[in-house]
Structures are given as structure tokens and as C-alpha cells.
Write a protein that binds this ligand. Structure first.
Ligand SMILES: *[C@@H]1O[C@H](CO)[C@@H](O)[C@H](O)[C@H]1NC(C)=O
Length: 353
């Protein structure tokens, strides 16, 4: 269990409500208003600015009252240059130090769901969940929000299961929804954008360009590269980093997927971080954040498989009625009863080091 120690150290019983923790400017509290125009970069590369800093203002956090300043190696929460490391502040970090990291998903970090989907659970355990091609499954279902996935995939002749990838995410909170879709392509063009978005069922454009952003109430979406990568935050509930990627010829060759010509199976690599989950949290990934979760996957095998298709199956991307789903539109994301809320954080900061 020694490998869990770094994770456990970060499971401070604290809530992180600061916008800066999520590396976003405080979102406007106006009604849903798309803000399609790219913001000017907050910092101009090459010029000397003082490092960003943040004063931990939540009395429940272990760094309360401390002024956390970004290190010189990564002076900005939102660097103007997408190739530079960003600064992260975590007011429950035992050392109360800001750290450097990438704003893109870390597929080996806690809360990741990448490739044919390979998950890293809240307990740090790696597993695969196959699902079925062209079906939908709940990745996370908690009282205040739910995150569903649509799987794409194929089954080569003679195989007993589908190879699958996460093509779209359907996120529900209150009576609202956000969908993030990796758009299909015959072949991969890294300079083209392969993401599309909808809020409450209406498509919206997120202008191309690093730091281009869109918000609706507390929900905030921001590009973290010119094309194909975004960060999404719903303060008090979750933060997500997502990147659209193809199945490459190399992947296909190594894994014998048998991907046909004319489709590169564009999918999402994602990583989540949660705030204020309840102890009852469910979903393929969500269940692994339950405080007394006993992970059933076989350890020490090349591909530990997580079952649960029947518990997490959904009829559509924005459905909420899987057998084990617990989401309720009446419960606001992030304001559950604190006595039943676990403020368990994935070790994103540690992973980013
Ligand atoms: C926090 O520390 C930074 C760097 O030392 C400093 O520039 C900033 O003014 C401090 N903030 C406050 C409110 O004291």
C-alpha cells in the first residue's frame, strides 16, 4: 500500500473553491452568455512580469492565509505560450507551495481516461473498461453532477469484445448540460480542430486559439492549445482536461485493432479532478473515489478489466438513468450536505510534478 501514500497525503478533508486552484480566472456570475472572442493573452512571452500568486482564503484549507507564489520556472497560472509549464496552486497541499505542470491531461495521473479507455482510478489503480461501441456509459454519477461517455470502436472478426474509445462526453449539472465531442475524421490533421461543443443542446463555437474561452454561469471552458485541447471547470464540482487525438497507425499496428482506412477514430484523452464528491459517488470512474472502495480488478495483469456495463449503461449521451446512477438535477453541483461530502482530491498536483 506504500504506493498509495502520496495519494493519501493529498486527501485532505478540505474543499477547494478558489478559482485560481482550477487555473481559471474567476468566472463571471452572469446568466449564460457565450464569450466567443479570444481573450488577449494575459502575459506577453519574453517580458518580465512578477509571478502570479494566490492567497488561500478558505479557512478550512491547510494553507489558509498563506500567499502562494508561482515559482520562476512557471510564473503564470495561464501562460501565454501553450508550450510553457503552467503554475498550480493547491491550498490543501501539505507544503503550501505552488508547483509547475501541464494543463493537458496526464494519462498516467489519477482521474485519467485515455486511449482504449485506460482509467486511473481515485484509488490510483489502473483499469480498462471496454463498454461497447456506439453505446453510452456513466463515468461519474454523483448527487450534483454526472459525466457520461459515448464509446466508439470496432470488433475485428474473431474477437470476443469491442475495442473502444471515448468519443464524446455528456456532462449534466442542475438542469444544464455540456457536451464535448471529438469530431470524426478520415485522417488526422494536427493543425485542424477536432472538437465541438454544445450547451443545453445548442452548438456553440469556441474560437480557435490558445486561451480562447467560453462560459455560462459558473461553467468555464478554455482552450489550452490552439486546437484540440481544452480545460473545463465547474467550481466546487470538477475540473477536466481533454485532448482530441487519433488512433495512430502505430497504435493500430501495436494493438492489432484493425482500424479501417477512412476513419482514424478520433477520441478524447481526458483527466478529471473532483471537488466535494459524496461518499456514494458512482460511475465507471466515480466508484473508485468512494472512501471504502474495494477495487475488484485483478492486479498484476497486463490489462485489468473493470466490469459494470449493466450498472452504468445509458440509452443516450445525456441520459441519467443508469442502474447505479445517483445524479439529481435538483441537487446543485458542489453544494451537497457537507457532512456527507468527501473532499477527496485526486493527486493532480503531485502527478504534475
Ligand atoms: C504575494 O506574494 C507576491 C510575491 O512575493 C507579491 O508580489 C504579492 O504582492 C503578494 N500578495 C499580497 C496580497 O501580499
Amino acid at each position: 500500500m506504500a504506493h498509495l501514500l502520496p495519494v493519501l497525503l493529498l486527501l485532505a478533508s478540505l474543499r477547494l473553491a478558489q478559482a485560481q486552484y482550477f487555473n481559471f480566472p474567476p468566472p463571471p456570475s452572469s446568466p449564460p452568455t457565450p464569450t466567443p472572442a479570444a481573450e488577449p493573452p494575459s502575459r506577453v512571452a519574453g517580458r518580465n512580469h512578477p509571478s502570479d500568486s494566490f492567497i488561500c482564503n478558505d479557512p478550512r484549507s491547510s494553507c489558509f492565509g498563506r500567499n502562494l507564489t508561482c515559482p520562476p520556472q512557471c510564473p503564470a497560472f495561464r501562460p501565454a505560450n501553450p508550450n510553457e509549464k503552467a503554475c498550480f496552486v493547491d491550498c490543501s497541499n501539505p507544503t503550501c507551495e505552488a508547483v509547475c505542470g501541464s494543463r493537458r491531461p496526464n494519462c498516467n495521473g489519477v482521474g485519467a481516461a485515455c486511449r482504449d479507455p485506460r482509467f486511473v482510478g481515485g484509488d490510483g489503480i489502473v483499469f480498462y473498461f471496454r463498454g461497447r461501441a456506439n453505446q453510452h456509459f456513466a463515468l461519474v454519477s454523483d448527487a450534483g453532477f454526472q459525466i457520461n461517455a459515448r464509446f466508439i470502436g470496432l470488433r475485428p472478426a474473431g474477437r470476443r469484445h469491442d475495442y473502444t474509445w471515448v468519443q464524446s462526453l455528456g456532462i449534466l449539472f442542475g438542469r444544464d448540460s455540456l457536451t464535448v465531442v471529438a469530431t470524426p475524421a478520415a485522417s488526422w490533421d494536427a493543425s485542424a480542430d477536432h472538437l465541438s461543443f454544445a450547451f443545453d443542446g445548442e452548438r456553440f463555437d469556441l474560437a480557435l486559439g490558445h486561451l480562447s474561452s467560453w462560459s455560462a454561469g459558473d461553467l468555464f471552458v478554455e482552450r489550452t492549445t490552439t486546437v484540440n485541447s481544452v480545460a473545463v471547470a465547474l467550481p466546487g464540482a470538477f475540473e477536466m482536461r481533454a485532448t482530441a487525438v487519433p488512433v495512430t497507425e502505430e497504435d493500430d499496428r501495436v494493438h492489432h485493432y484493425g482500424v479501417p482506412a477512412g476513419d482514424c477514430f478520433v477520441h478524447l484523452d481526458v483527466q478529471f479532478k473532483f471537488a466535494g464528491l459524496t461518499e456514494r459517488v458512482e460511475g465507471v470512474l466515480g466508484q473508485t473515489y468512494q472512501p471504502n472502495y474495494r477495487n475488484p480488478v485483478k492486479l498484476g495483469v497486463a490489462m485489468p478489466i473493470m466490469s459494470g456495463e449493466e450498472r452504468y449503461f445509458l440509452p443516450s449521451l445525456l441520459a441519467t438513468n443508469c442502474n447505479s446512477c445517483i445524479f439529481s438535477p435538483e441537487a446543485a453541483a458542489g453544494d451537497g450536505d457537507t457532512s456527507s461530502t468527501i473532499h477527496r482530491q485526486s493527486s493532480w498536483i503531485a502527478q504534475a510534478r
